[in-house]
Design a protein around this ligand. Structure first.
Ligand SMILES: CC(C)(COP(=O)(O)OP(=O)(O)OC[C@H]1O[C@@H](n2cnc3c(N)ncnc32)[C@H](O)[C@@H]1OP(=O)(O)O)[C@@H](O)C(=O)NCCC(=O)NCCS
Length: 112
């Protein structure tokens, strides 16, 4: 099943402590099976392992199923701070993207 997935891995910006998910996609034959949720959970675990405090991504505003997915997983639409040189999606200017971010809960010291 893994070979059916189209998933671009994500890059991490250690300078700001924000892991950026560049793309999430699941083959249409395997949708609504929880695969995207598991991919994002894996990305979040990797981001935690890198020491990142949050995970971010861009989502096209009209992509309602993806917006629902990310909102249900705890991502919030946020404004990019003025002057921040954060990643931008490469797409036609006709597309409107929302920048979404989720703060990661780090494991507590007592759990270690
Ligand atoms: C968006 C996408 C990645 C979801 O992948 P998936 O493996 O089907 O998602 P999951 O099964 O993990 O679904 C998780 C939740 O997302 C939402 N969701 C996913 N597909 C949905 C749909 N077609 N309609 C409504 N909600 C949907 C639901 O809330 C779902 O939870 P639920 O099944 O408990 O209701 C997949 O549809 C896809 O690859 N689309 C094309 C590429 C794309 O748009 N990527 C996002 C770019 S920002």
């Amino acid at each position: 099943m893994a070979s059916e997935l189209k998933f671009q891995w994500f890059s991490c910006f250690l300078r700001t402590g924000i892991a950026y998910i560049s793309s999430v996609a699941v083959h249409e034959n395997f949708r609504r099976m929880g695969i995207a949720k598991r991919l994002i959970a894996t990305a979040e675990a990797q981001a935690r392992a890198w020491g990142c405090r949050s995970v971010a991504l861009h989502c096209e505003l009209n992509n309602h199923r993806a917006m629902k997915l990310y909102r249900e997983l705890g991502f919030k639409c946020i404004s990019v701070p003025e002057g921040a040189k954060w990643s931008q999606p490469t797409a036609s200017p006709d597309f409107n993207f929302s920048f979404m971010m989720k703060l990661l809960k780090l494991p507590s010291a007592s759990a270690a």
